[in-house]
Design a protein around this ligand. Structure first.
Ligand code: CP3
Length: 342
């Protein structure tokens, strides 16, 4: 049997204390992250520098003793590997060249052409697989096709994913071709991460909540199912975590339908409800609201303990409901870890 706590939880084991890690655990709230990013030059240079990317991946493990390390990279490296321009505007976020018609698709590369561009990421995984403490699980990841498509179509983050919905309605052939291309590239990318040493993979569908009804089935469920099926065809025992953020009722059955071993729940999901409706299908990850990492105090301790106790009758990985924010206080992270581990 697997020794690592995260792998045991993902295999369906109910543990006396849930293993723990945090989305965006290597990030700007840590002074040592900001120092290494400055050494690299900027965020993207850090992503493509295997030694420094491995270093920042390990920083939160050294500081807090988390049970998992998540590869330091970004979901938008895949569009860049497909030929999109990508840059980050300081204080604002990502910017990309846009896909808004069939001709824009022709400028993109085929899915299997991504590996040369992404070779430094695979090298980061390799370094991590060789240097992580034996009890720490290495998580690889990618964005889910819908979420990646929303950035490729709009050229930036959008509050309502309007441009992506408009293309889906106005030019479904181009939209479907883009989803298919990202799906194929994601399969190739994640298989390469696993070959380099990733033990678990996570799919981030951060904007799944804006897909309703049939669109959710077609563009959140179906691509995720296709990715997980392809991964498991080569690696039947590879655990997969799916994060259909803000999917609401659509969380029900998501793991069963897609083949995911675990669903990550956002902070809007009621833990009591998730324990009843989701945990019977496998492991739950989540779901402390990230603002507690800023505000701290007794509320942080009470909320942490409530979530641990609500999920204690089934497999659970403790995490936040979304990424930790730059204004978080590392002391609050320490307090959370202590509250989980008792
Ligand atoms: O979780 C981890 O620590 C692993 C690394 C990781 C990053 N981004 C590093 C990052 C992961 C898993 C991601 C995923 C990601 N990236 C998502 C999905 C998860 C989510 O948060 O919803 C999305 C939508 C992106 C795209 C992205 N990257 C945006 C919108 C931004 C700008 C917003 C922001 O927080 O600044 C980024 C930048 C980014 N990705 C940073 C980090 C540490 C901050 C960049 C910096 O250091 O300046």
């Amino acid at each position: 049997m697997a020794e690592k706590l995260i792998l045991r939880a993902l295999a369906g084991e109910t543990l006396p204390t849930p293993p723990i890690w945090m989305m965006r655990q290597a990030g700007r709230y840590l002074p040592e992250y900001r120092a290494t990013r400055a050494k690299a030059g900027d965020f993207l240079s850090l992503c493509y520098n295997p030694e420094l990317a491995a270093e920042v991946t390990l920083q939160p493990i050294k500081r807090f003793g988390f049970d998992a390390a998540i590869l330091f990279a970004d979901i938008l490296l895949v569009p860049q590997a497909l030929g999109a321009d990508l840059w980050f505007e300081t204080g604002e976020g990502p910017r990309l060249s846009t896909v808004s018609r069939a001709q824009d698709m022709m400028r993109l590369k085929p899915a299997d052409a991504i590996h040369e561009h992404l070779a430094p990421v695979y090298q980061t995984v390799k370094i991590l697989a060789e240097t992580l403490p034996p009890e720490t699980t290495l998580i690889g990841f990618a964005g889910a096709p819908w979420t990646v498509a929303t950035y490729m179509i709009a050229g930036r983050g959008t509050p309502d994913q309007g441009p992506a919905h408009a293309l889906m309605q106005g030019d479904p052939a181009t939209f479907d071709a883009l989803i298919d291309l990202i799906t194929d590239a994601t399969i190739a990318y994640l298989l390469a991460q696993v070959a380099a040493g990733a033990e678990v993979v996570k799919l981030f569908d951060s904007w799944a909540g804006s897909l309703k009804g049939v669109a959710f089935d077609k563009y959140a469920l179906a691509p995720t199912t296709r990715i997980i099926t392809a991964l498991k065809a080569k690696h039947p025992d590879l655990p997969v975590i799916a994060f259909p953020r803000e999917a609401g009722d659509k969380y029900i059955g998501f793991a069963r339908t897609t083949g995911a071993d675990c669903v990550a729940t956002d902070a809007a999901v009621d833990a009591e409800w998730a324990a009843q409706n989701l945990q019977k299908d496998g492991c739950i990850q989540g779901n402390l609201a990230p603002h507690h990492m800023v505000t701290g105090g007794q509320k942080l301790i009470d909320e942490t303990k409530r979530i641990v106790s609500t999920f204690s009758n089934g497999p659970h990985i403790f995490n936040l409901g979304h990424g930790i924010t730059p204004d978080a206080d590392p002391k609050n992270v320490e307090a959370m870890v202590k509250a989980v581990r008792g």
